[in-house]
Design a protein around this ligand. Structure first.
Ligand code: SF4
Ligand code: SF4
Length: 262
């Protein structure tokens, strides 16, 4: 029996398009990828794009206008599986770092003054799961080639993709890097989802959390490690919300609550 090639769509909203570019950058594997799947829509890669039912929709970018929201919902309705790619789609990205602070109107006015933007009503950028069901998250700024290709390979084979559930510290330990926290600098590795291969600490640079919040079950003890090093919750949120946005702030608040109860 021949397995049918999954119908795939790749779409971009508010973001830098770096994740779509990363897919195109899979040079050696791109022909296989296009051969094993039916790419129905991928504006950055081809001109004959189609609407219609999809097996998998990959969504890059956060949602920041009414028009984008309408489009996202429409794609969701005709897709069996929706996968958020990149930290903007997964967690909101830098454009939503002040989400929940009720500062959008003030910030908007600072940039646009009283100009009337007629294209579509804008609102504060949010991750796609604020509006639609998301079946899987592949974070990263941009996404990692190997993680993306691993997920697609499994999907094509009809299997459920699996991503590492651990913080960056685990990959950092695997590489036997000296820990930056012990040199007196802040490193966001304990609160950040693994997947990048701990690129930054491997070059003696602190992790700034571009993979977004970790989903590791032991994350609260990792968080306590930062507290032990003298960092306060507000400081941690301030440093980490650049990419993790409101989700990171929520994660830290949950840990504080847990600690207060203990
Ligand atoms: S805190 Fe940073 S340097 Fe230390 S183990 Fe974690 S990722 Fe590596
Ligand atoms: S180490 Fe941290 S900041 Fe660097 S790429 Fe990985 S997740 Fe992003």
């Amino acid at each position: 029996m021949t397995r049918h090639s999954p119908k795939i769509g790749v779409y971009g909203f508010t973001g830098c398009a770096g994740d779509q570019l990363m897919i195109l950058n899979c040079e050696d594997q791109l022909v296989d990828l296009f051969g094993a799947t039916e790419i129905r829509s991928f504006v950055m890669a081809k001109s004959d794009n189609h609407e219609g039912e999809l097996d998998v929709a990959f969504i890059e970018g956060s949602i920041s206008t009414e028009e984008q929201l309408k489009r996202l919902k429409e794609i969701r309705e005709r897709s069996k599986v929706m996968i958020a790619i990149g930290t903007c789609a997964c967690h909101g990205g830098p454009q939503s770092m002040k989400l929940g602070e009720n500062k959008f109107d003030e910030m908007y006015k600072k940039v646009y003054g009283n100009a009337k933007i007629a294209i579509s009503k804008a609102f504060e950028a949010q991750p796609i799961d604020a509006f639609v069901k998301v079946d899987m998250y592949i974070p990263g700024c941009p996404i990692d080639k190997a993680e993306f290709l691993g997920a697609v390979t499994k999907l094509v084979a009809g299997r459920h993709p699996y991503l590492l559930k651990a913080p960056v510290c685990l990959e950092c330990r695997w590489k036997e890097n000296p820990c930056i926290l012990y040199s007196g600098k802040f490193c966001g590795g304990p609160l950040t989802k693994a997947g990048c291969g701990a690129i930054c600490p491997s070059m003696n640079l602190p992790c700034v959390g571009c993979w977004g919040p970790t989903d590791d079950l032991n994350a609260s003890s990792e968080y306590n490690l930062l507290k032990e090093k003298g960092y306060r919750s507000e400081e941690i949120i301030q440093k980490m919300k650049k990419f993790g946005g409101a989700k990171m702030a929520k994660l830290v608040a949950e840990f504080d609550k847990k600690e207060a109860k203990a």
